[in-house]
Design a protein around this ligand. Structure first.
Ligand code: PHE
Ligand code: ZN
Length: 886
């Protein structure tokens, strides 16, 4: 490998040439595909001729013409990554390039490739250059047409972006279709699909009365499983009109399902492509979690039509401009259609479990990275999920209507453009007549800020003070950090559990908020923007318990001086439901950490009875939402606790979490059993919050009981497994049963496989369940599953289920004998030859190796070193592995 080149944001330069129109022609074939690209090129500055450098990778160049004349060898240069025309005309000219490609051999799943016999494309971020030579960068926006020619029997369906304007038969059993996209777009939004597909068709009338045809394409036998995706699409179209006034802009919207896909889904203009898991669902084969994911992702890709497509990114460093914003939009969409608190809890948990560790490790980067080697490596939880939190903070500060004004201004200014994060920030601030000093730091500083809070009450002056201090930890390349602008939503709870009305808050002698027009305010947003700042609430008649960072108003780690008593009090009575859950989590984290210390000192573990009481009263509280209860009685994950330790100890954390789980199960047996029984239902499956909440509570309680491995409860779980009429309950019962090694487990797993072997998405779940299992010595089992006939290293979804699943299970991946590390090291090298993007996502599991003890460090490091020194390593894996070692 040549030494991989790092690309820097600060080196951004506008392109020397723009492309006005791009006319593509594909002759799809079994041995080769011929791509003809005709581009109208205009110089950025008329009259000045700079070299025109086009990207290209894995292409065979057949010919190049400028204004109809074929170029001779000395008029251009080609190497493995570029095609350069040294002296193109200095005025508008026609460029025609013919290339030959081999999609049938493309296992990287970027560019044009084949999935189960059909042709499809994936161009984001830099896949278009594997189709033809092009200025493959998002600030080059053009109008496209696409003519596809292929065998009519093998590929009856031919799709591309925009409108179908012509189709017909050709000689030799072939046919063609000509598509035209009236909107300018960057190359990463180009798409083509050709194959044998059936479609579910429906329609949507937009707010201005236009009729849009909606089609979901999939192999014919899967069509019955597309109903929920179609429902989701229509709901998303309506929601975007209602909440943001955004209407769909073409007469046709297509979704295509492919089994082989690197990511979740892709927002190509009017031709979204999805991996199967995120479209196909039936009650029998998909869980509530799958249904919810489909709703969210169908929404996400649809919402990109405005946030991403109509307004796109100037360069890839700005990725969060479209992704953070679109994730925020899909989160809000799911909240509005389901339960806001429960959705918020799920999103914050995801951030904590996946993003916090990234932000504290060797791959830490700001939501807008400063540099990259392979852009593919920066489709991260930081850019997506933390990016969404940053967008959410604008809404927290400006309110829903202020946020909407900002969005309106953003589209008014930038429709049809490729822009930057500053443009979004400016639209938000300008629309609200606001200035947000140091808010832009969120785009440039990595690391999770730590906010400390000390509170005090002065009865004589009836003032309550919150002293806030912040610290952003050092991250690679950023040893010293500036203070951030942190919105802290606060309420003060009185001794009866009610919110106190807030009248005035002072900071630095100046007024920060006051209740407007005499209306009482119960939650106020403190604008915390210095290293240290004190906020004083006036007219506070008694010592309140502060409810801090309500709704999780900023992506920080909060370290408050609330006592255990205060936290139990908030758990029981905070009006902010998110903070009720949070109080329980803070208590659980403290409890787990102290038990981990006991475990390490070989003390007998004893569970604090107050904690059991707290959980019991949540479980018995019939006024609470059932899914909320399920979440509130679930302990923080092992990773969260390891994250808080000086040296992560997976064995201790595992032992402690299991201890608490079983202890709760023993002490709350009757309540748990009652919850399982009373939450059974004979109704047909429906996707609505109430029935999902019911199932969630039942399944959570069942898992507690089954963890005890007592005959009665094994019977109970078996009964639930056998009587289940939907995958949500069947799979949860299977998971409950498979917690304990033994014959019952083996039989249940085998039974499940036999039942579902013809449903590959269910088989993936079956792989994942075994992969994430915490039974001792599980690496051998996972190793064996690699050669299971249903497993396939070329299918990313299966890799994520089995290998990704395994790496997410702390006890076995971090097995002290190094067997888990060795397993991953070997597989990464094998995968890298097939699909570098997938290999690189897997190798990330090593990145936090320094968090563990010396023995584990040495074992993991050896694997990373072995990987970095391997021959022919991809840039993708090189970047992650080498940064992990740095
Ligand atoms: N842009 C896609 C999304 O967020 C993700 C994606 C990235 C898909 C790169 C494929 C390749 O919806
Ligand atoms: Zn996206």
């Amino acid at each position: 490998m040549d030494v991989p080149k790092e690309i820097f944001l600060k080196d951004y330069k506008a392109p020397d040439y723009y492309f006005d129109t791009v006319d593509l022609q594909f002759q799809l074939g079994e041995e080769k595909t011929i791509v003809t690209s005709k581009i109208v090129v205009s110089p950025g500055v008329e009259g000045i001729s700079a070299p025109l450098v086009l990207h290209g990778h894995d292409l065979k160049l057949i010919s190049i013409k400028v204004n109809g004349t074929e170029l001779k060898g000395e008029e251009y240069k080609v190497n493995s990554r570029h095609l350069m025309l040294s002296t193109p005309p200095a005025v508008v000219f026609n460029l025609e390039i013919v290339t030959e490609i081999y999609p049938q051999l493309n296992t990287s799943l970027e560019g044009l490739y084949k999935s189960t016999g059909n042709f499809c494309t994936q161009c984001e971020a830099e896949g278009f250059r594997k189709i033809t030579y092009f200025q493959d960068r998002p600030d080059v926006m053009a109008k496209y047409t696409c003519r596809i020619e292929a065998d009519k029997t093998l590929y009856p369906v031919l799709l591309s972006n925009g409108n179908l304007i012509e189709q017909g038969d050709l000689e030799g059993g072939k046919h063609y279709a000509l598509w035209e996209d009236p909107f300018k777009k960057p190359s990463y939004l180009f798409a083509l699909v050709a194959g044998q597909l059936g479609c579910r068709e429906d329609s949507f009338v937009t707010c201005s009365g236009r009729n849009v045809t909606l089609r979901i394409w999939t192999p014919a036998q899967d069509l019955p499983k597309t109903a929920h995706a179609m429902y989701s699409l229509k709901a998303a179209m309506k929601w975007d009109e209602e909440v943001f006034g955004l209407e769909y802009d073409l007469d046709l919207f297509n979704i295509v399902v492919v089994p082989d896909f690197n990511m979740g889904a892709m927002e190509n203009k009017s031709l979204n492509i999805f991996q199967s898991r995120l479209v196909l669902a039936s009650p029998e084969t998909a869980t509530d979690g799958d249904y919810a994911a489909i709703l969210g992702v169908v929404g996400h890709e649809y919402f990109h039509n405005w946030t991403g497509n109509r307004v796109t990114c100037r360069d890839w460093f700005q990725l969060t401009l479209k992704e953070g914003l679109t994730v925020f939009r899909d989160q809000e969409f799911s909240s509005d259609l389901g339960c806001r608190t429960v959705k918020r809890i799920a999103d914050v948990s995801k951030l904590r479990i996946y993003q916090f560790p990234q932000d504290a490790g060797p791959m830490a980067h700001p939501i807008r990275p400063h540099s990259y080697i392979k852009m593919d490596n920066f489709y991260t939880v930081t850019v997506y999920e933390k990016g969404a939190e940053v967008v959410r903070m604008y809404k927290t500060m400006f309110g829903a209507s202020g946020f909407r004004k900002g969005m309106d201004l953003y589209f008014k200014r930038h429709d049809g453009q490729a822009v930057t994060c500053e443009d979004f920030y400016a639209a938000m601030c300008d629309a609200n007549n606001a200035q947000l000093p140091n808010f832009l730091q969120w785009y440039s500083q990595a690391g999770t800020p730590i906010v400390k809070v000390a509170s005090s009450y002065d009865p004589s002056s009836q003032t309550f003070s919150l002293k806030l201090s912040q610290e952003v930890p050092p991250t690679p390349g950023q040893p010293v950090k500036e203070p951030m602008f942190i919105p802290v939503a606060v309420g003060l709870v009185d001794s009866t559990g009610k919110d106190m009305p807030l009248t005035s808050v002072y900071s630095d002698g100046s007024l920060q908020t006051v209740s407007t027009d005499g209306q009482p305010v119960f939650t106020t947003v403190l604008q915390f923007k210095k290293k240290e700042e004190e906020f004083m609430f006036k007219n506070i008649p008694e010592r309140p318990v502060p409810s801090l960072l309500r709704g999780y108003s900023a992506p920080v780690r909060l370290d408050s001086d609330l006592s255990e008593g205060d936290l139990f009090f908030l758990l029981a009575s905070d009006s902010d439901e998110f903070n009720r859950w949070e109080a329980g989590q803070v208590l659980a984290r403290k409890l787990m950490l102290s038990l981990v210390a006991d475990f390490q000192q070989q003390k007998t573990l004893v569970l604090n009875p107050k904690f059991v009481d707290g959980i019991r009263s949540i479980l018995r509280n019939t006024s609470l939402d059932k899914e909320f209860i399920a979440k509130a009685i679930t302990l923080p994950g092992q990773g969260e606790i390891m994250d808080m330790m000086e040296v992560a100890d997976p064995d201790a954390v595992h032992a402690v979490r299991n201890f608490i789980k079983k202890e709760l199960a023993v002490q709350l047996k009757d309540d748990l059993l009652a919850a399982v029984k009373s939450n059974r239902s004979s109704e047909a499956y429906t996707f609505n919050h109430d029935s999902m909440a019911r199932r969630a509570l039942k399944n959570t309680c069942l898992a507690y009981l089954a963890s005890l491995n007592e005959p009665d409860f094994v019977e109970l779980a078996l009964h639930e497994y056998k009587s289940a009429t939907n995958m949500t309950e069947q799979f949860a019962a299977l998971a409950a049963l498979s917690q304990n090694p033994g014959q019952v487990r083996d039989d249940a797993l085998l039974d499940f496989y036999n039942k579902w072997q013809h449903e590959y998405l269910v088989v993936s779940k079956w792989f994942a369940l075994q992969a994430t299992s915490e039974i001792p010595g599980n690496v051998a089992n996972v190793q064996k599953l690699l050669s299971h006939p249903a497993f396939d290293l070329r299918n990313p979804n299966k890799v994520y289920s089995l290998i990704g699943g395994f790496c997410g299970s702390p006890v076995n991946f971090h097995a002290k004998d190094g067997s888990g590390y060795k397993f991953l090291g070997e597989i990464v090298l094998q995968l890298d030859k097939i699909n570098p993007q997938v290999a690189s996502r897997m190798v990330s599991a090593f990145s936090r190796w320094r968090r563990y003890d010396k023995t584990r460090q040495a074992l993991a490091k050896a694997q990373l070193e072995m990987i970095v020194s391997a021959n022919g390593l991809s840039e993708n894996v090189f970047e992650i592995a080498s940064k992990s070692l740095a």
